[in-house]
Structures are given as C-alpha cells and as structure tokens.
Design a protein around this ligand. Structure first.
Ligand SMILES: Cc1cc2nc3c(=O)[nH]c(=O)nc-3n(C[C@H](O)[C@H](O)[C@H](O)COP(=O)(O)OP(=O)(O)OC[C@H]3O[C@@H](n4cnc5c(N)ncnc54)[C@H](O)[C@@H]3O)c2cc1C
Ligand SMILES: Cc1cc2nc3c(=O)[nH]c(=O)nc-3n(C[C@H](O)[C@H](O)[C@H](O)COP(=O)(O)O)c2cc1C
Length: 562
C-alpha cells in the first residue's frame, strides 16, 4: 500500500469531516434555538431534580422516562430533557463521528506501518480535529457554556484545513497527462482518441482545468493545442497561460511535448503551439519531443508524433486516429440555383450514432482518404439526423473545392464518412436572450439554435441578423425563419442584402446599436457570430467593439468564424 493511496484517502476523508462538522454546527444551532426546524425549543433546562421525582438517576447517565422522553442528568443536579426526535438527530451525527474516528484510526495505523510520518502527522491532526468536534456527550452539558462549543467546532475546522495543507501533494497513478486546448473541438477530439488508445497510462484534462501544481505531478505532459484568431491561444487556454507566465522559473522533472494544430494558410501558422512550448521551457520544464506542427489535422503528422510519444512511454501505438461514421444522404437541395458561382446546398444526412448539441460541427472526410477533414456547422437539432448548409467552394483556378464539391453533388442513398465535433465554446446559453449574427453559410448554426429553443420551449427573446447578396436568390431557410417568427421564437429578424440593397450586416448593427447595447448590458443577452472570418467576421467584430467597448461584455460574445 503506498502513501499516495493514503494521502488520497485522507484528502477524500477531509470532505466527510467537513460534512460532520457542518452537521455539528446544525446541532448546536438547534440547541441554542437559532435554528427552529419548525419545532419548539428542544431542550428544557431543569434546575432541579424535583421535576423528575420518582425516578432514579445515577451520576452522568441517560435514562428513559415514560412517554418516550429521555433525560440526561449531569452532576450538580442540572439536566436536560430530550424527545425521541432530538435524540435520533444527535445519534445520527454521533454515529458519523464514530465512523469518521474509526477510519482515521485505520489510516493512522497504515501510515505508521508505511513509515509515512509526514502523512501520519496529517492524519493525527485530523483525528484531534475530529475529537474536538465529536464529544456530543459534553454537548449535553453545554447549555451553560454554548460559546465553548463554537470554539471547539471552529477550532476543529481550522485544524483540519491546516492539516490538509500539510499533507504532501498526492501523486497520481498515471505517469502521463494529455492536455487539450481547443476552439472548434479538433484538438479535444484528437486528445480523446489518443487517450482512448493509452488510457491505462495516461490521464486527460482540458487546459482550462490545469494548474501548475497539476503539471508538476506528472512525469510527462503532452499538449494538443490549436491556434486561433491571428496566432492566438484558444479561449480555454488563456487562464493557464496567464498563470504560467506569472510562475517562477525553476527546474522541473516534468517533461512535455506540444502537438500544435494549425492551418498553413495563416501567416501565424501554429503560433500558439510554439509560444506554449517556449514558455514551458522558459519555466523549467523539459522538452521531450520537438514541437510538431500539424496542418489542417494532417493524419500522417499526428501519427508520427503519436509514435514518438509511444516510444517515450514504452508502448506500441498504432491507433486508427480518425474514426468516422457512415452517414447516409437523405436529401440534397440547392437553395440558390441562380447563383451558379456560389451555390448553397441544404444537405440532410442520417446516422444512427449521431449525437450532438446546437452549435456543434460535423467533420467530413473528403473522398480522397489521405486528405484532411473539413468542418461544417450543423443546422439541425434532432439526434441521428444532421442538416448542413454547404457553399460549393470555387477555387482561384476555377476548380470546385474537394469536400464542398463532394457534398453538393450527393444524391439520396449516397454515403459519406463524417464525425461530430463538439464545439463547446459555441453552445448557446439557455434562458438568456440571444443576438445571432450570421452571413452566408454562417446562418447554419442559428437554425439549430432556434430549433433548440423550440424543442425546449425556452421563451427568452432571440434576434437574428443575416447577410447575403440577393433577396430573391439567397433567402435560405426562409420558411423555417417565418415559422419561428410566427411561433414567437424568433423575436426580431434583420436581413442585409448587399447586392439587392447595398446594405451589409455591420450597417444594420450600427442602426440598432442602442437596442443591442440594451439587450446585452441590461438583459444579459449573449451574442453569437458565425460566417467567414475575412470581411464579414472582422467587420462585425469591429462594429461590436464600438457598440460594447467595455471588456466585461467579452464573456457574452461567442464566435464561429472560418
Ligand atoms: C469551424 C468551421 C465551420 C465551417 N462551417 C461551414 C459551413 O457551415 N458551411 C460551409 O460551406 N463551409 C463551412 N466551413 C468551411 C469548410 O470547412 C471548407 O473549408 C469549405 O467547404 C471548402 O472546402 P473544400 O474542401 O470544398 O475546398 P478545398 O479547395 O479543398 O479547400 C478549401 C481551402 O482550404 C484550404 N486548404 C485545403 N486543403 C488544404 C491543405 N491541405 N493545406 C492547407 N490549406 C488547405 C485552401 O485555402 C483551399 O482554398 C467551415 C469551416 C470551419 C473551420
Ligand atoms: C477563425 C480561425 C482562426 C485561425 N487562426 C489560425 C492561426 O492564426 N494560425 C494557425 O496556424 N491556424 C489557425 N486556425 C486553424 C486552426 O488552428 C485549425 O483549424 C485547428 O485544427 C483547429 O483546432 P480546434 O478545433 O481544436 O480548435 C484558425 C482557424 C480559424 C477557424
């Protein structure tokens, strides 16, 4: 039995002790009449034994009286009378105290046998802490000195807290930890797949839950991180990066490696992965494997890194990293056949395993198996069925994009390999108003959002801004939007038709700036922006910055820009 196990057990036990202590405080409150529980004051102070005349009492014992009343008589002829309910209440707390004491004794003995003296000191302190809260017998007599009970309980809690801090940091079973920092879910998916293949040796954590202390508990930490914005960290990594920046540099035994996800079309390719790697090294962590850049989830690059991780851990790793499900095409409708250079398709797919939330993405594997997957926002809300709004991408040389070309040409009965990607930063918040701002295929997740509202009968107001080129060609999902309006789910709908009316989404935002400010600042609305990053996304974010310049509204802004 290792001291690691012991320390963990003691730390778990601390929670029980807190519950016992809180229970004790309730008992005291009850006895002092601070807490009534709808009953009369439980204790009748007897200043003389005359009231109990006819019964024999001896010293400090407890006696049953007729009518289910118990009496405890203390020296000096002062005693209390308790009803059965009150005694039951006391005995339950006492029972837990006894159990807690028994556990403590066992832990102490094991700690001694293991020569874990430091741990033993902690356990002994727990025991003394518990002894201070446990003597309920003396509580019987405490009517005269109630403040003393308070000192006992408060003292015990302080002692327990101090003891917990004095314990050594528990070591984990696993030697290695895999950490993900993801914005649109790819890094998380990848980390989970890697973890699945080596879970006996590894723990897994989101970077948002990571502390420096956790990092130091592991011999090896493997990071799978993406880069966002213009070379920035995903939102979930910001807090950890700030903590790490402020940490002291000291040599650490912990080794690390970073798998940096990115896209070579960005100038700041994998910038966050490289930054994190350098920061960790600066703070004294040992780089075990060079930082590996992954372009658009390149499966070969990932497999190569994973093989190096396997060699380090002494395991054979040949996982099939990317697992896709078979999706069957149910329908494929072109929504704007007149717009031959920017066709938009509503593609309906079915897969019995498909489970997702509003805001999630579907990763589609192009027909060429060695090609990277492409992401699409899900526009539906019903499990098993997935709707996409796909723009047929035309490349600079006039050829059709690989994945969008494939999707737009599908016919019912065809099959596609795909897999849901959780997009937690774009999951809509329930019971608050939403301002949804989209352009082109950026409308897709908002159809899912509105269906969620409909399904959950959530009546908080919703406002949609939507931008496209022509009112007569590009009014996607128009019938659905009208139905949402008729049902009172979509409270406001503002559309900007750039080629029909020369109006863009940022113009509409400017026109409604007072109402937007009021929705966000006074009604707590969350703002969701989806669509292409260049042009649309950048101008919308700049306009929102003008309308809501205060940093506190940032937490209510969510983006899905591509
Ligand atoms: C979070 C997110 C959500 C999205 N949602 C939608 C949506 O709802 N609807 C929609 O239509 N589109 C959506 N997209 C865009 C979509 O993923 C594809 O990028 C788009 O369909 C074009 O892909 P393609 O395979 O048709 O074109 P391709 O020509 O094969 O690729 C398109 C572009 O990707 C780049 N590229 C392709 N392969 C590589 C490579 N190996 N290395 C580097 N760059 C490469 C090139 O710049 C190329 O021009 C979304 C993208 C993201 C990131
Ligand atoms: C809005 C946006 C900004 C991005 N910025 C960068 C960037 O600056 N550098 C880079 O290498 N990759 C960038 N990427 C690509 C992502 O890092 C890449 O798609 C990664 O696989 C996403 O992983 P995730 O889903 O775990 O967040 C960006 C992607 C998007 C959608």
């Amino acid at each position: 039995m290792s001291s690691t196990w012991l320390t963990k057990a003691v730390l778990q036990f601390e929670r029980v002790l807190w519950l016992v202590s809180i229970g004790m405080l309730f008992v005291l409150g009850y006895f002092w009449g601070v807490l009534e529980f709808g009953m009369s004051h439980p204790v009748s102070l007897m200043t003389s034994l005359e009231a109990l005349s006819g019964f024999e009492f001896s010293g400090r014992s407890v006696h049953q009286l007729p009518g289910g009343i118990w009496a405890h008589i203390s020296e000096g002829e002062v005693g209390y009378i308790f009803t059965r309910t009150e005694l039951l209440f006391i005995s339950i707390v006492t029972f837990f105290c006894q159990i807690a004491l028994a556990i403590i004794m066992v832990l102490s003995l094991i700690a001694l046998r293991d020569k874990s003296y430091r741990l033993y000191a902690g356990v002994a302190l727990y025991a003394s802490g518990l002894l201070m809260v446990s003597p309920l017998y003396s509580l019987y007599e405490s009517g005269v000195l109630p403040w003393w009970e308070l000192v006992r309980v408060a003292g015990a809690l302080l002692c327990v807290r101090w003891a917990a801090k004095s314990l050594p940091v528990p070591q984990t079973h696993s030697q290695a930890l895999i950490v993900y920092a993801s914005q649109t879910g790819s890094a998380k998916y990848l980390a989970q797949r890697l973890h699945d293949t080596a879970h006996a040796l590894m723990d897994i954590a989101c970077v948002s839950t990571l502390t420096e202390q956790t990092l130091k508990r592991y011999q090896r930490v493997f990071f799978v991180v993406s880069t966002y914005g213009q070379g920035e960290a995903p939102d979930s990594a910001r807090r950890f990066v700030n903590t790490l920046q402020g940490a002291n540099s000291a040599a650490s035994q912990t080794q690390f490696s970073v798998l940096a996800l990115g896209d070579r079309t960005y100038q700041t390719f994998c910038a966050f992965g490289h930054y994190l790697s350098e920061l960790l090294e600066q703070k004294g962590y040992q780089r075990a494997i060079p930082t590996t850049e992954i372009d658009r989830m390149d499966p070969q690059g990932v497999a190569h890194w994973w093989q190096q991780v396997g060699e380090l851990l002494g395991i054979h790793t040949a996982p099939e990293l990317f697992e896709y499900d078979d999706y069957t095409v149910m329908a494929n409708e072109c929504l704007n056949p007149e717009q031959t250079h920017r066709l938009a398709h509503r593609v309906t797919l079915f897969c019995a395993n498909a489970r997702y939330e509003a805001g999630d993405l579907l990763a589609v594997q192009p027909e060429q198996k060695d090609e990277h997957e492409r992401l699409y926002s899900i526009a539906s809300y019903q499990d098993n069925t997935i709707e996409l709004l796909v723009r047929q991408h035309i490349r600079a040389d006039g050829t059709i994009g690989l994945a969008s070309g494939m999707l737009s040409q599908l016919t019912p009965g065809d099959r596609v390999l795909a897999s849901v990607r959780e997009h937690t930063t774009f999951h809509p918040k329930a019971n608050v108003p939403w301002i949804m701002i989209g352009a082109g295929t950026g409308l897709a997740p908002f159809i899912s959002f509105l269906k969620k509202r409909q399904a959950e009968q959530d009546s908080a107001p919703c406002w949609l801004f939507f931008g496209e080129q022509y009112v007569e060609h590009d009014a996607y999902f128009a019938k659905d939007l009208t139905a949402f309006q008729d049902q009172g789910i979509l409270t406001r709908l503002d559309r900007a038709w750039s080629r029909s009316d020369g109006v863009y989404v940022p113009d509409l935002l400017q026109q409604s700036h007072k109402a937007i400010r009021q929705w966000v600042a006074e009604q707590g609305a969350h703002v969701y922006v989806c669509g292409s990053r260049e042009g649309f996304g950048e101008s919308v974010l700049a306009t929102l910055q003008d309308i809501l310049p205060e940093p506190q509204w940032q937490s209510q802004l969510h983006t899905d820009l591509y």
